[in-house]
Every structure is written in C-alpha cells, then in structure tokens.
Design a protein around this ligand. Structure first.
Ligand code: ADP
Length: 502
C-alpha cells in the first residue's frame, strides 16, 4: 500500500493532490525549482526536494531529477498532476522500472491516446464515433485536396501529437489549404518534435462536452457524467460546468457508454477524460482522451460527490472502484472559473508579479483551489493561473448567482486578473440561458471586452505591448533561457518528443 507520495507538479494542483493525501494520512513530498522556493506547495508538504533551475525543462520536466528526489525521499508513488510529465509515457514507464507507482495509466494507454491518429483508429475499432476525416497522416498535398473535396469545407488540420490548441488550423476554402497545412506542420514540429498532421471535418456550432471516467485494475470502468467546456478562447477552456445545458438523459446515457468503451479499448487504469465535440443537432464525435486528472475535475467532484484523487490512489493500490455505475448520480450544478494573472482587455497578456493583497471568496457552495498568498510572486516561467473558483447550487441558476457573488468577493491587487472578464460572462444572456457554443467569446465580443479595438488591430497592438512588457521584464528579472518557458504552455510541454513508441 502507498505510504508516501511525491507530487511531481507545482501550483494549485500540487496542493490539491496533497490535500487528499493528507486526508488519507499519506506522507507528502514536494519538488521545486529555483522559481518555487517560496511556493505554497513546498510549505504544505511534509518534505520538499530541489529539482533544478526555473525553466520547466530543467526541473518539472526533468525525469532524472524527479526520480532522484523520489528515491532520496523514499516515496513509493508519484502523482503527476496535470501538464508537465502527466501524459509522458516514458515517465510512467520509468517509474514502473524503478518500482515506484505512477498514479496514472501505463505507457501503452498514454502512447495510444497521446497520438491523435492512433487514438482515432483505436476508437473506430471500438465503435466510438470519430469526427469524419482521415485516419492516416497526410503524406502529399494532392491527397489533402481530394479529401477536402470529399468531406467539404470547412475542415480542421490537426497535429497528431497536438495539445493546447497547437498545430491546429481551421480552413474555410481550397485556396488556404496548402499554406495552412505547411504552417500547421511547422508549428507541430516546433512544439512536439513531430510534424504528422491529419484532416477532420469542422463541426459547425460546436460544443465541447467531455466525460470523466475511472477504471480500476480489475476491468471495472465507470463514467462520472459530463462536463460542458464550450466557453473557450483560442480552443482553450475558460469556464466549465456540469451538468451540460445541452445534455439530454438519453444522450448522457449513450455518450457515457461510449466513453466507457473508449477507456476499455486501451485497458485504461486510473482517472481519465474522453472529450467529444457535439453539434447543435446532438451528433457527437470523439475528439481525444486526456490520460490524467483534468484542470476542471472539481465540478465533477462537487456534483457527483467523489474525491477523484483518492480514487486515483485507491486504483494505484490495486483496490476495486469504491462504487458502481448505478450508485452514481448528479446532484445540483457546479461551475468552475479559471482565474489568471492576465489582462483580457489587452489580448490576455500574461501579467505575472507580486500579490500585494488578497481576499479569497468564502461561504456556502464555494470551493477555492488556489496557491498564492500576500507577498508571493507569481513566476513568469509557468502558466499564470492564480486559482480555480468553483461554485455549487441546487440549480444552474443558483450556481451562477453564487459564482457572481464569489467573483465579487474575490479581491486581489498587485497583478491584473481575469476576474472582471469572468463577471461579464456571468452577466451575458447567452451564458445565463445556457445557449452557447465554442464561439461564445467571439460572438459576445462587445459585451465582454472594454477595448474599443478589435480583430487584427487589437492583436497587433497587444503583440507590440506584450513585447515591450517582455523586454521590460527581461531587464528586471533573471531571464528564462528560452521564450518557450514563458506563459501558458503547460499542456504541450510534457508531450514534446517523449511519446514512447511501443
Ligand atoms: P487540443 O488537444 O490541441 O486541445 P482538441 O482536439 O482537444 O485539441 O480541440 C480543442 C478545441 O478545438 C475543441 O474543444 C473545440 O473547441 C475545437 N475543435 C477541435 N476539433 C474541432 C472540430 N473538428 N470541429 C470544431 N471544433 C473543433
């Protein structure tokens, strides 16, 4: 049985994992980089080990340093959190070789689901619907034209190794096809070390709906219902909620069954998420599987009444799942807002810095998953997420009202945050009515942003402003070695050139 857990992560997720470990009376071990010497996860853990310089490639992505820390600490398990090494097959395999339990799936499941083309093929074999498109990587440009003629525009070009919206392009006409394929390829090569791309149909008015699953080592797989994640910016989630306003009981049953089939197809073990794209007509298609805990897992925990981290630990211990499918139900409604140190009115420019004052929201139905404190400096090396704010209500109306109240209570100075932007979303009729899709933010641009500039004008201004700010920071702060080490890039980092070929 696991007694001591090293959490190979930082920020709010490291704290969140350690909280469950503490409830289970497990000893917690933190790891930290130079930039995180004063971080809350280091203060919270029973023990903490230094693993290297601030850039993630030298610390939170450094497998040797983390394994070394685990051995020194005598940790018998490693929880990877999300991002960093959580979807790194080589890391999962290495833990196994070292006799340390990786709290997550094995290298086979990570590798199969980490490659989108292989995942699509695996889903087709298991009877899970995938978005119409290719099941092999694109080899020549003429073939690409033929495929697009067959499925019809608009189409998406996607990187097989993709993540974090990188290497993905929407193409509306034949004229754009070839240049866009080339751009997607070079972006994918740069981000993931793999330029394989494929084509899939663009689903109009899309909804992103995902299912949480849990699978034990005894072949039991269950789902914990859906999360609606269609409030997105540049294909990245901003707000998540459950139940989804689009869902019907029949669709929930059917998609839940497909999610379970998807997990079974790779003999999955642990907590995972099957992501679907759903049309207005309720046609649904598999998008990808995330083989880890998701950022948005708390809404499921609140509505289903399950501690997903405890379940992950039980599964890693070889225990059967704590409940059966028919023992689970959704109670009430929960919403999560991701609050960032960034300026939505300035093209979401990251704004790391020192927290001068903070008053966290409290009260009935509020969960606050954060890690910053007064005087703490949010490092410029990592994702500038400050916290996740989750509210629960008996009804969707009540959880929105609570979120509005919690955002009002949340006071933070020293860094610019996305709180005001989130408040505007809570007051937007399409959100209140639950009638939105992934275009919500662009469709409601006027309401959501105070900036009078729009489109490319705004983007150009923001790029110039971001560059000036960056130069300014370089002159004041020890610079990262590589610009890739700045900002919101946790999702693709751990995936880069590390997928085991099995
Ligand atoms: P990544 O792994 O890079 O995050 P995903 O495949 O998960 O990429 O897609 C991210 C988001 O992009 C989705 O949530 C959705 O908003 C949009 N998207 C992806 N594929 C399609 C599609 N075929 N049609 C419409 N929107 C899509």
């Amino acid at each position: 049985m696991i007694k001591k857990v090293l959490v190979a992560n930082r920020g709010e997720i490291a704290l969140r994992v350690m909280r469950s470990c503490r409830e289970l009376r497990l000893v917690t071990v933190a790891v930290f980089s130079d930039a995180d010497r004063k971080a809350m996860h280091v203060r919270y853990a029973d023990e903490a080990y230094y693993i290297g310089p601030a850039p993630s490639r030298d610390s939170y992505l450094n497998i040797e340093a983390i394994i070394d820390a685990a051995k020194k600490a005598g940790a018998d398990a490693i929880h990877p959190g999300y991002g960093f090494l959580s979807e790194n097959a080589a890391f999962s395999e290495r833990c196994k070789q070292e006799g340390i339990k990786f709290i997550g799936p094995d290298a086979y499941a990570i590798t199969t689901m980490g490659d989108k083309i292989t995942a699509r093929k695996t889903m087709i074999k298991s009877g899970v619907p995938v978005v119409p498109g290719t099941t092999e990587k694109l080899t020549d440009e003429e073939q690409a034209k033929m495929i697009c003629n067959k499925i019809g525009f608009p189409v998406m070009i996607k990187a097989s190794a993709g993540g974090g919206g990188k290497g993905m392009r929407l193409i509306k006409s034949m004229d754009d096809l070839i240049p866009m394929i080339r751009m997607a390829r070079s972006e994918a090569l740069n981000a993931f070390g793999d330029d394989s791309v494929y084509i899939e149909k663009y689903i109009e008015s899309p909804h992103h709906i995902e299912f949480q699953i849990l699978a034990d080592q005894h072949g039991n797989v269950i789902h914990l219902f859906e999360r609606e994640c269609s409030i997105q910016r540049r294909h990245q989630k901003v707000i998540e909620e459950t139940p989804s306003p689009l869902m019907t009981p029949d669709l929930r049953r059917e998609m839940g069954e497909k999610a379970v089939a998807a997990a079974k197809a790779v003999n999955y073990e642990g907590a995972g998420t099957i992501e679907f794209i759903v049309s207005d007509q309720l046609e649904y298609y598999f998008l990808e599987m995330n083989t880890r805990l998701q950022v948005e897992h708390p809404v499921t925990e609140r509505v289903v009444g399950v501690d997903l981290v405890k379940e992950q630990i039980n599964i890693a211990n070889g225990l059967p799942l704590s409940f059966k499918q028919d023992e689970l139900y959704q109670h009430g409604h929960a919403i999560q807002c991701r609050i960032y140190a960034e300026d939505p009115d300035n093209n979401f420019m990251p704004n790391p810095g020192i927290i001068k004052h903070i008053t966290e929201p409290l009260g009935l139905g509020v969960r606050y998953d954060g890690y910053v404190y007064e005087g703490y400096e949010i490092p410029m090396y990592y994702d500038p997420l400050i916290c996740k704010l989750i509210t629960w209500g008996q009804t969707r109306k009540e959880s929105i009202a609570r979120m509005r109240r919690a955002l009002y209570e949340y006071k933070i100075t020293g860094v610019t945050t996305s709180i005001k932007f989130l408040e505007r979303i809570m007051d937007t009729p399409a959100f209140i009515d639950g009638k939105y899709n992934t275009h919500f933010i662009e469709d409601n641009h006027e309401r959501l942003f105070t900036s009078k500039l729009c489109g490319t004008q705004c983007e150009d201004m923001a790029i110039i402003a971001a560059f000036i700010d960056y130069l300014d920071k370089l002159s004041r702060v020890r610079p990262p070695k590589n610009t890739e080490d700045i900002g919101n890039n946790w999702k693709d980092f751990g995936r880069k050139r590390n997928v085991l070929r099995l």
